[in-house]
Design a binder for this molecule. Structure first.
Ligand code: PFF
Length: 463
């Protein structure tokens, strides 16, 4: 059953770096700080941390357990864990999600490469917001340029993966995650002297309980799952590389807290500048590629700050993309019984095609639309709203209800080293609480699709 020739993370730090590398991505840098700010700052952070500890970590541990016990790619681990091929369908669904997420991720990572180059070639000093808007929109609409950068990014990604799990993924993450942390600390440090520092820090760190509603909890839940790369094959695949003697609980908690810390630092690196110029905070591509560059250029050492910021974005995207592409590589190499390099070639081809379509869907008059949206926007929304919760739900149900207790206990107590009550608590959450909470999230996403606000509907029922 187990394939002993598979790679593995050689140390606990290596495992944590690689898994944190998957978790800390664009979601943490350009989305989390904004969502936190809009939803009550520290109030949101507290809810987020609570949800992460109580709900997301059990789901993450279910994925790790399936991977480590199943000792295979996302599909094979489900089959090995249950002895039934049918469960493998969930693995396939997660792998499809991985393809969708990576398709748009590579395009954005390509943008970060373009902006590293633009920063190096002279920066954004003196540019107005309108000029930045036009420049970015023209770049994205040009079609071929984002595609070239996306291909460059894919080549870098494949270069790292080609070196294998230990020498490629682990070594790269061991360098990039501390580097990412240092860049964030530096950027936040420079912002300390900004006139808008207090306002920026208050935006994400001051509790505002009046902004908290049912939507806040759902936003925290969705963000927490996305941040921890749940439901899209990556954590099952990486779980299969964690060595037996490592504590899954320890790895899960450290990675989750590191992810929150990085997101807070990202907020402190971004929002003081935004508030110093009296600009409304935004999120996503607009924030990173339009709003921030000219603001950073005004900071002391602005030329270098812009370069560092886009390197940060590139590192975050690269370590995340490694986990997603690795899920595909492990799947093709193990299921087709081919060498890693050929599996990588197949993964490369699939992502090349899907990312090219995503990039092209953003060109003016593009017909690459799904449900009226560009393919680029649709992939992200579809995965976050449906595949992610479905994948997570299947994992907790499987581990909580179907896998024999001694197997789960063995995985989650590190063969008896972790106190039994912790294990019992995690299993209780997996069995009863996580499924209910995830189903609520899923129903909310489905209702949202039909334009129904679930929280508002519930409130009107109660009153
Ligand atoms: N955790 C990543 C982020 O926050 O940007 C997103 C992600 C990565 C989602 C890998 C899913 C995945 F499989």
């Amino acid at each position: 059953m187990a394939n002993n020739n598979r790679g593995s993370f050689s140390s606990k730090f290596g495992a944590i770096a690689a898994i944190a590398g998957s978790a800390v991505g664009l979601g943490n840098i350009w989305k989390f700080p904004y969502v936190a700010g809009e939803n009550g700052g520290a109030a949101f952070l507290l809810i987020y941390i609570g949800i992460t500890l109580l709900i997301s970590i059990p789901v993450l541990l279910a994925e790790f357990s399936i991977g480590r016990h199943g000792q295979g790619n996302a599909f094979r681990s489900f089959v090995n864990m249950t002895g039934k091929k049918g469960w493998g369908a969930i693995g396939i669904l997660e792998l499809l999600g991985a393809i969708f997420v990576l398709a748009s991720y590579c395009v954005i990572a390509g943008w970060s490469l373009e902006y590293i180059m633009r920063s190096v070639m002279g920066g954004f000093h003196g540019m107005t917001q309108t000029q930045m808007d036009v420049q970015f929109d023209m770049f994205v609409a040009s079609g071929w340029r984002p595609i070239v950068w996306m291909v460059v990014f894919l080549i870098i990604n494949s270069g790292v993966l080609g070196m294998g799990v230990t020498k490629g993924i682990e070594r790269c993450s061991k360098f990039m995650i501390p580097a990412l942390f240092c860049i964030l600390v530096m950027l936040a440090g420079v912002n300390l002297w900004q006139p808008g520092f207090q306002e920026g820090a208050a935006f994400i760190l001051k509790p505002n309980w009046s902004a908290v509603s049912g939507h806040t909890v759902l936003a925290a839940l969705g963000q927490s799952f996305f941040s921890l790369s749940i439901g899209m094959a990556a954590m099952i695949t990486y779980g299969s590389y964690i060595q037996r003697q490592e504590s899954l609980n320890g790895v899960g908690v450290i990675v989750s807290l590191a992810t929150v810390l990085m997101a807070i630092l990202a907020g402190l690196a971004i929002f003081p500048s935004v508030f110093s110029y009296g600009i409304e905070p935004t999120k996503g591509a607009d924030l990173v590629f339009k709003t921030l560059p000219p603001l950073f250029a005004e900071l002391p050492g602005g030329y270098f700050i812009s370069i560092l910021f886009f390197i940060l974005l590139f590192f975050a995207a690269l370590t995340t993309s490694l986990s997603i592409m690795e899920s595909l590589v492990a799947f093709f190499s193990e299921e087709l019984h081919i060498k890693r390099v050929w599996a990588l070639a197949i993964g490369f081809a699939i992502i090349l095609i899907s990312s090219t379509l995503c990039a092209m869907s953003q060109m003016p008059d593009s017909h690459i639309l799904v449900g009226g949206e560009t393919l680029f926007d649709w992939t992200d929304k579809f995965c976050s709203a449906y595949i992610l919760p479905l994948g997570g739900l299947a994992c907790v149900i499987l581990v909580g209800w179907f896998v024999p207790h001694h197997v789960v206990e063995h995985e989650l107590t590190s063969s008896g080293k972790t106190p039994l009550w912790i294990y019992k608590f995690i299993v209780f959450m997996m069995k009863y609480i996580c499924p209910v909470v995830i189903i609520i999230l899923l129903v909310n996403c489905i209702l949202d699709y039909f334009g129904v606000d679930m929280i508002a509907a519930l409130m009107s029922l109660i009153h």
